[in-house]
Design a protein around this ligand. Structure first.
Ligand code: FES
Length: 124
């Protein structure tokens, strides 16, 4: 019996290229047979000194969070914010603390450093 195969790691950017306040967006590489909807996208950013990665998909309606490239934060620069209905998410764990999907959360992606690169992996 064979175990389930883990999703592969996907290189996103140089770890030196990621600056505080900057968001790097990417398309999620998925296996051909899984493509039955719009392409999934994600983003990485620094939460303090810790890189975080999430799917760019609001748990309320599944739309992308940002309406402009690289703009994910609320006006106070404290929370990630969905541009459609204004839900607010904690940067550290993606939990929605206000808005129509309160109590739900963004989908966090595993993230790691590999040499000079940051890599992410979809959850199983
Ligand atoms: S689609 Fe994000 S809050 Fe409604």
């Amino acid at each position: 019996m064979t175990g389930r195969q883990e999703n592969p790691w996907q290189s996103i950017c140089s770890k030196h290229a990621l600056q505080n306040g900057q968001f790097v967006e990417f398309s999620v590489a998925v296996a051909e047979q899984k493509i039955d909807t719009l392409p999934l996208t994600g983003f990485v950013f620094l939460d303090g000194n810790t890189p975080r990665a999430y799917l760019n998909q609001c748990p309320h309606m599944g739309v992308e969070l940002n309406w402009m490239p690289g703009r994910f934060m609320d006006t106070d620069n404290l929370f990630l914010q969905c541009s459609t209905h204004g839900a607010l998410f904690k940067p550290g764990d993606g939990e929605c603390i206000a808005g129509p999907c309160q109590g739900d959360a963004l989908t966090a992606l595993d993230i790691r450093e590999a040499g000079d690169s940051l890599e992410v992996r979809l959850p199983e």
